[in-house]
Design a protein around this ligand. Structure first.
Ligand code: ZN
Length: 315
């Protein structure tokens, strides 16, 4: 769903998928649903609720179809699901997912290690998913997220030309949006700005979300750089759920609460009520007792005099 006229950007909450995927404890379906309900109540309009992968590989996502069906009760919110391949896409579309996201790694080494396919073979998988979408669910948007776009723990640096070329192939394959993911938290603001500007000049309006990580503390700085380069969709997770596998004690995903605080404080309207957003940590903690959550804004509280940010004029 595109941002409403009363908002300037779209925050896409990825906690129920990206966050939960890296948590050891399995969250019960009913708890996931309560958490998603409170995320929606805060004003979030796009939530990645599940991943359609084989249950034996990822027991945490065995209830993906049930979670999608529950989330569909909410109107005015796009129910998004991650699908690694055609089989996953079929299951997600059958469950009623309204937007699909497919990860495609720019690093050949990462791609082979993760999905045993080259990036080029993954482009063909995206093409097949788009053909299926056209046939059975033409209203559903398909996003491709270029992972390891800012560097790879296996390969090291990823040439920017490779990232842009892959995005171009994905656009030609028919992906509606192509976003960039800093999977390993190696990106910096100058690089983020440069890559997104190149993306806009190569694939134009198909340029999608910035999915930045906070591994080295640059998550917000990178989001701001992406915003200034023209990006208007940002992925983040409540409480930075899942942490960072490479840096214990650090959040992996950008923390939604901090991201919303930054943009609202700047007068960039998100449509999200920060108090309600922070209240959505309670059902998350209830469903995953003891799991560490991150975020500076929830720790510090809102500053004195903080008023309904939606009323701040944007200029
Ligand atoms: Zn992530």
């Amino acid at each position: 769903m595109t941002p409403l006229a009363t908002t300037d950007i779209l925050i896409s909450e990825v906690g129920p998928r990206d966050g939960l995927q890296s948590v050891k404890a399995t969250m019960a379906t009913a708890d996931k649903c309560l958490w998603i309900d409170s995320l929606v109540a805060s004003g979030l309009r796009e939530i990645e609720v599940a991943s359609f992968v084989p249950a034996h590989l990822l027991p945490q996502m065995a209830d993906a179809a049930d979670v999608v069906r529950h989330a569909l009760k909410h109107t005015g919110m796009t129910v998004m699901a991650l699908v690694p391949n055609l089989r996953g896409a079929e299951a997600a579309l059958r469950a009623g997912a309204q937007k699909l996201t497919m990860p495609v790694s720019a690093s050949a080494a990462h791609s082979m290690a993760n999905v045993r396919k080259t990036p080029e073979a993954m482009v063909e998988e995206v093409r097949a998913v788009i053909a299926l979408r056209d046939a059975i669910a033409p209203g559903v948007r398909v996003e491709a997220g270029v992972s390891t776009a800012f560097g790879c723990t296996l390969q090291g640096p990823v040439p920017e030309d490779d990232v842009v070329r892959l995005a171009e192939l994905l656009a030609k394959a028919g992906a509606d949006e192509i976003g960039l993911s800093d999977t390993t938290g190696m990106g910096n603001p100058a690089q983020t700005s440069r890559l997104f500007k190149r993306l806009f000049s190569t694939i134009g309006h198909r340029t999608g979300a910035a999915h930045m990580h906070n591994t080295r503390g640059l998550g917000l700085a990178n989001c701001l750089a992406a915003y200034e380069a023209g990006v208007r969709t940002f992925d983040s997770s409540l409480g930075g759920l899942g942490g960072c596998p490479f840096a214990p004690g650090a959040s992996g995903n950008v923390v939604t609460e901090d991201l919303v605080f930054m943009f609202e404080a700047m007068g960039v309207r998100t449509g999200i009520d920060l108090n309600r957003l922070m209240a959505a940590r309670a059902p998350l903690q209830a469903g995953l007792p003891g799991e560490p959550l991150y975020g500076m804004t929830p720790e510090a509280g809102l500053p004195k005099g903080w008023t309904a940010p939606a009323l701040v004029s944007h200029g």
